[in-house]
Design a protein around this ligand. Structure first.
Ligand SMILES: [Mn+2]
Length: 182
C-alpha cells in the first residue's frame, strides 16, 4: 500500500495538477489530504492558477481514493463539492504496532498531541514547512505545502510505503526520507 500524503493545496489548480501527476506516476494507492484544500485563506496570497472548482474536480477523481481531514481554511460547503470525507479533525491509520494520526495542525499539533504511544507517528500540515523530528517518543512529520511553501521550503508532498517516508518536490525528486524501524 503506497500512500501519498499532501497538505495545503489552497485552491491552486497548477500545483494540484502536479500532485495528481506525481500520484499517477508513482502508482500510489490512496491520496491522504491534510486540509486547506480549496481556499487561499486571508493570510496567504492567491496561489498560482487559483481555481477552487478545478481543484475539487481533480481531487474527486475516483482513482485517487482521496480521504482527508479538515483544515482551518476549509468550509462546511466544501463537503458538498468534494466526494470524499474531509471534515473530520483527525484520521487514524494502523501500521503494525504503531498508530499514525493525521490532523491538519490547528487543533492537534506537535505542541498539542492527542494521546499517543511511544513509536506512534503524528502527521500534520498547516505550517507549510516540511518537518521530521521526534518529540517524547512520537515521530512528528509534516509534508510541507503543495502550493504555498514557507520558510524557504519547496512545493512538496510525502509518500509512505513499507515503513519508508519520502519527502518529494513536485518533480518527484526525494529530498528527505525517514524509515520506521521494526
Ligand atoms: Mn494552510
Amino acid at each position: 500500500m503506497k500512500y501519498i500524503i499532501a497538505s495545503d493545496i489552497h485552491g491552486s489548480a497548477h500545483w494540484c495538477r502536479k500532485l495528481v501527476e506525481n500520484f499517477k506516476r508513482e502508482g500510489a494507492d490512496r491520496l491522504l489530504l491534510l486540509g486547506d484544500l480549496l481556499y487561499h485563506g486571508p493570510r496567504n496570497p492567491l496561489p498560482q492558477e487559483y481555481d477552487p472548482m478545478a481543484v475539487a474536480a481533480m481531487l474527486n477523481e475516483p482513482e485517487l481514493y482521496s480521504m482527508g481531514v479538515r483544515g482551518n481554511c476549509d468550509a462546511e460547503i466544501d463537503q458538498v463539492v468534494l466526494s470524499f470525507p474531509m471534515f473530520c479533525d483527525y484520521a487514524l491509520l494502523a501500521y503494525g504496532k504503531r498508530s499514525i494520526v493525521l490532523s491538519h495542525g490547528h487543533i492537534f499539533s506537535p505542541e498539542s498531541l492527542p494521546p499517543m504511544k511511544k513509536g506512534d507517528v503524528f502527521i500534520s500540515g498547516h505550517i507549510h514547512v516540511p518537518v521530521c523530528y521526534e518529540k517524547d517518543g512520537v515521530l512528528c512529520l509534516n509534508p510541507g505545502s503543495v502550493s504555498i511553501p514557507k520558510e524557504d521550503s519547496v512545493n512538496s508532498y510525502l509518500s509512505f510505503e513499507d515503513g519508508l517516508f519520502q519527502w518529494k518536490d513536485m518533480e518527484g525528486n526525494v529530498y528527505k526520507e525517514y524509515r520506521l524501524e521494526d
